[in-house]
Design a protein around this ligand. Structure first.
Ligand code: NAI
Ligand code: MG
Length: 360
C-alpha cells in the first residue's frame, strides 16, 4: 500500500469548502485503489494573517517542504483588501511558489460536451478541445533587470527586460515534452522569434530538447498567430509551452473558451515539489453558502494523482467520473441550465464519488 503525504492549504472564502469536497473524493480513491493519502493542514492567506500575523507562516513552508504534494484552495477577500501589497493574502501564494521552486504552471483547458453551450465560441469550433498551456513561471519580463522608470534628457522612460537563461528555458521545455508524452504527443512552442533574440534562443533550446522526444510532434507558432489559432482551431492543440508573459495571456485565452471558471484546475510543478489549485479565487460572494462548484479542485486532485504520484489510471478515472457526472445532468448553480439537476457543493461531490464507484 503506497503512502502519499499531502500538505493541505485551504485558504479563504470558498477555499475550505472546495478543498474538503476534493479531499472526500481523494479519500474514496484511496479506499478503492488501496493507497493511503495522509493529509495535514496548514494556514495560508487571510486566515494565516488573522491567526499568525503573516500570510505565509514558517510552519506552513516547513509542512509543504516535507510533503509529496500541496493542495491549495484560494486566498484573499474584502476583509484584507485594505492591507498594503506586501502584507496581503496573495503574498502567501507568491511566497509558497518561490519556496517550492515551482517553475512550470500547467493550465488545462477542456471543453466538456454537456457544457458546450457555456463556451463563447461556436460549438463546431470548440467541440473536442482538450489542451494544456504550460507557462514558465520564474523568468521573463516580469523579473528581468534592468527595470524601473528612469529620466532621460528630462523625459521619463519605463524599462522592463525580457530575459531567459538557457537552463530556465530547458527545464520548462523538458517538462512540457514529458507532459505531451503522457497525452496526445503534440507540442506547440510559442515565441516571437521573428523579432526577439530571447525567443530565438527559446526556439533553439526547444529544437535541441526535441531530439530527446522523437515521438512528440513539434510545431512552432508566433504568439500573435497562436492567439488567433486558439479561437480558430482550439481542438487541434494538445500541449502549448511558452514563456511567462505570453503564457499569462494565452492561458487565460484558452481558459475562457471553455466557459466556466468553476471547472478549471491548475498545477505548478518544479523538480522536487508541486502545488495544485483551482484557477478561481476565494469567491467571497458565495462563500459559506454551500453552492461553490468543487470540480476545479477535484480536477486539480486528478492532476496531482497523475503528475506527483504517477497514478495515471486513477487520474484518468477521476477525470472521466467528472465528465460522466456532467452527462448525468448534475450542475452547481454557476453552470446550471434549465432541465439539469441543480446541486450544491456536497451534492456534486457525492455525485462524482458515486460515478467514480460505478466506473471503478
Ligand atoms: P473569483 O474567482 O473568486 O470569483 C469570480 C466570480 O466567479 C465570482 O462571482 C465567484 O462567485 C465565481 N466563482 C469563482 N469560483 C467559483 C466556484 N468554484 N463555484 C462557483 N462560482 C465561482 O475572483 P474575484 O472575485 O476576482 O476575487 C475574489 C477574491 O479571490 C479576491 O480577494 C482575489 O484577490 C482572490 N483571488 C485569489 C486567487 C487565488 O487564490 N489563486 C485567484 C483569483 C482571485
Ligand atoms: Mg493572468
Amino acid at each position: 500500500m503506497a503512502l502519499f503525504k499531502i500538505a493541505v492549504l485551504e485558504g479563504d472564502g470558498i477555499g475550505p469548502e472546495v478543498v474538503s469536497a476534493a479531499l472526500k473524493v481523494l479519500y474514496r480513491i484511496g479506499e478503492l485503489a488501496g493507497h493511503h493519502f495522509e493529509t495535514e493542514k496548514g494556514l495560508i492567506g487571510g486566515s494565516a494573517i488573522d491567526e499568525k500575523g503573516t500570510p505565509l507562516p514558517e510552519e506552513t513552508i516547513k509542512l509543504c517542504l516535507e510533503a509529496d504534494a500541496v493542495l491549495l484552495g484560494a486566498v484573499g477577500g474584502p476583509k484584507w483588501d485594505h492591507l498594503p501589497t506586501e502584507e496581503r493574502p496573495e503574498r502567501g501564494l507568491l511566497g509558497i511558489r518561490k519556496a517550492l521552486d515551482l517553475y512550470a504552471n500547467l493550465r488545462p483547458a477542456k471543453v466538456y460536451e454537456p457544457l458546450i453551450e457555456a463556451s463563447p465560441l461556436k460549438r463546431e469550433v470548440v467541440r473536442g478541445t482538450d489542451m494544456v498551456v504550460v507557462r514558465e513561471l520564474t523568468g521573463d519580463v516580469y523579473y528581468g533587470e534592468p527595470r524601473g522608470i528612469f529620466t532621460q534628457d528630462g523625459k521619463r522612460v519605463g524599462i522592463n527586460t525580457m530575459r531567459y537563461t538557457e537552463d530556465e528555458i530547458r527545464r520548462v521545455v523538458r517538462k512540457a515534452f514529458q507532459i505531451a508524452n503522457l497525452r496526445r504527443k503534440k507540442l506547440t512552442s510559442v515565441d516571437k522569434s521573428n523579432v526577439l533574440e530571447v525567443s530565438a534562443l527559446w526556439r533553439q533550446i526547444v529544437e535541441e530538447e526535441s531530439k530527446n522526444f522523437p515521438e512528440v510532434e513539434l510545431e512552432h507558432l508566433y504568439v500573435d498567430n497562436c492567439a488567433m489559432q486558439i479561437v480558430r482551431r482550439p481542438s487541434s492543440f494538445d500541449v502549448i509551452v511558452t514563456g511567462n508573459i505570453f503564457g499569462d495571456i494565452l492561458s487565460d485565452e484558452a481558459a475562457v473558451i471553455t466557459g466556466s471558471l468553476g471547472m478549471l484546475p491548475s498545477a505548478s510543478l518544479g523538480d522536487r515539489y508541486a502545488l495544485y489549485e483551482p484557477v478561481h479565487g476565494s469567491a467571497p460572494d458565495i462563500a459559506g453558502k454551500g453552492v461553490a462548484n468543487p470540480i476545479a479542485t477535484i480536477l486539480s486532485v486528478a492532476l496531482m494523482l497523475r503528475y506527483s504520484f504517477g497514478l495515471i489510471r486513477e487520474a484518468d478515472l477521476l477525470e472521466r467520473a467528472v465528465e460522466v457526472t456532467l452527462e448525468k445532468g448534475y450542475r452547481t448553480p454557476d453552470i446550471y441550465t434549465e432541465g439539469t439537476i441543480k446541486v450544491g457543493t456536497e451534492g456534486m461531490t457525492q455525485a462524482v464519488i458515486q460515478t467514480l464507484e460505478e466506473l471503478w
